[in-house]
Design a protein around this ligand. Sequence first.
Ligand SMILES: NC(=O)c1ccc[n+]([C@@H]2O[C@H](COP(=O)([O-])OP(=O)(O)OC[C@H]3O[C@@H](n4cnc5c(N)ncnc54)[C@H](O)[C@@H]3O)[C@@H](O)[C@H]2O)c1
Length: 249
Amino acid sequence: MKVAIAGLGYVGLPLARQFVSGGVHVIGLDVDQSKVDALKAGKTYIKHIPASEIVEMTASGRFEPTTDFSAIDAVDAVLICVPTPLSKHREPDLSYVIATAEEIAHHLSKGTLVTLESTTYPGTTDGELREAIEKCSDLIAGEDFHLAYSPEREDPGNATSVEAIPKLVGGLTEACRDRAVEVYGKAIDSIVPVANCRVAEAAKLTENIFRSVNIAMVNELLIGIYFFKGFYRGAGPAGFEGVQRGTRI
Ligand SMILES: NC(=O)c1ccc[n+]([C@@H]2O[C@H](COP(=O)([O-])OP(=O)(O)OC[C@H]3O[C@@H](n4cnc5c(N)ncnc54)[C@H](O)[C@@H]3O)[C@@H](O)[C@H]2O)c1
């Protein structure tokens, strides 16, 4: 099996490593020539991936970093891991996803699977992404190529390795979902198929919001309990004792 991973950043590079160690041939696509050059030279630019692992990946003969999108002509799947930042008006900016979709559409073969990994709102995969690919190719999603969403769940700071984190997969059709489960099964231990792309997109956003709210709450508690002595005294004997012992949250 051969897959292309578009976007070799914090998400795409660890995913490439997973597929390579699963015995899959990976075309690593990025528009940033300096990243491609670094990888070819066996160098790393991501803190938790040592250079030795990049060397191992390239030495396996199964990892080809490139800026040349025509390399996807002969792949079984294209996994999109490009940025989805907020615009200056705090609106989701899909320009990287659309640019990637248009680029890959020119080289997409019938039967290929395309999945989006980037964090985004429900409706992106079967909406904007699908339209961009169909507009720039003569292929129809769900008929000529498979389309799915599978959110990246990389959790910086968490010791659990990527392959052990269960991976959600939602497809445009059942056949799209089944194909995505098959492809991801080469790299990930546990795949969780869900009803469609929108369910997987919503699940990812829910997870991110849950995490953000918890981080914000703990930060507020830190200020309230640790820094403002008046507050912790009001919190009763347990809070007072905790702070006296130097408890940190
Ligand atoms: N970093 C995390 O911990 C994390 C966790 C979960 C989800 N995500 C999501 O994953 C997505 C990617 O995040 P990231 O942290 O890997 O971003 P990143 O900025 O580290 O990497 C993105 C890469 O995509 C490349 N790129 C941009 N346009 C491209 C194009 N048209 N074709 C090919 N490559 C292109 C960039 O050069 C860069 O190397 C985002 O949607 C992010 O929200 C990130």
